[in-house]
Design a binder for this molecule. Structure first.
Ligand code: HEC
Length: 136
């Protein structure tokens, strides 16, 4: 799929979801631009990276290395490396604490991305969430 088609799929899926949930969504959630991304973060990443994404999740103490502060990803090369972050989540970049590509610690949720617009949408929302919390 071309990048353009991918973007169009994201937009279409996002619009469908938005339309479908328009009636039930609470006023608070409607204000939140990326509730999905935040929810995915809490569900799959906060155990190690922490609720505040500073690296102090409950599992962090039992790991050998330190868990990075996810507010500082953009600090390294001056801008948020969205592609690299997506690859990390998909398991395409070696990140030992995340498990293997075949068996990531959070299971296969972000893995079957090809042809599954819901997985793509989740991957996109989670990456956007991380981008939004970067320190300037
Ligand atoms: C089992 C604990 C654990 C879980 C769960 C976890 N991480 Fe990590 N993460 C780490 C550790 C530890 C590192 C440092 C690299 C390493 O040792 O593998 C890391 C590194 C990263 C990095 C690279 C940071 C940088 O500055 O380069 C990103 C991005 C990241 N994690 C995102 C996530 C996301 C998104 C999730 C949820 C889908 C997640 N992690 C879930 C432990 C975890």
């Amino acid at each position: 799929m071309s990048k353009r088609n991918l973007v169009a799929t994201f937009v279409a899926a996002a619009l469908c979801l938005f339309a479908a949930s328009w009636d039930t969504v609470s006023a608070q959630r409607a204000k939140d631009q990326n509730a999905r991304g935040r929810q995915l973060y809490y569900q799959y990443c906060a155990s190690c990276h922490g609720d505040d994404a500073r690296g102090g999740g409950p599992v962090a103490v039992s790991l050998k290395g330190t868990v990075p502060d996810l507010h500082k990803i953009a600090k390294v090369d001056g801008k948020f490396p969205a592609l690299r972050v997506k690859q990390i989540i998909k398991g395409e970049v070696d990140t030992p604490a995340h498990g293997t590509k075949e068996m990531p610690v959070w299971g296969r949720v972000f893995r079957e991305a090809k042809g599954n617009s819901m997985t793509e949408l989740n991957l996109y929302a989670l990456t956007k969430y991380l981008e939004a919390i970067q320190e300037k």
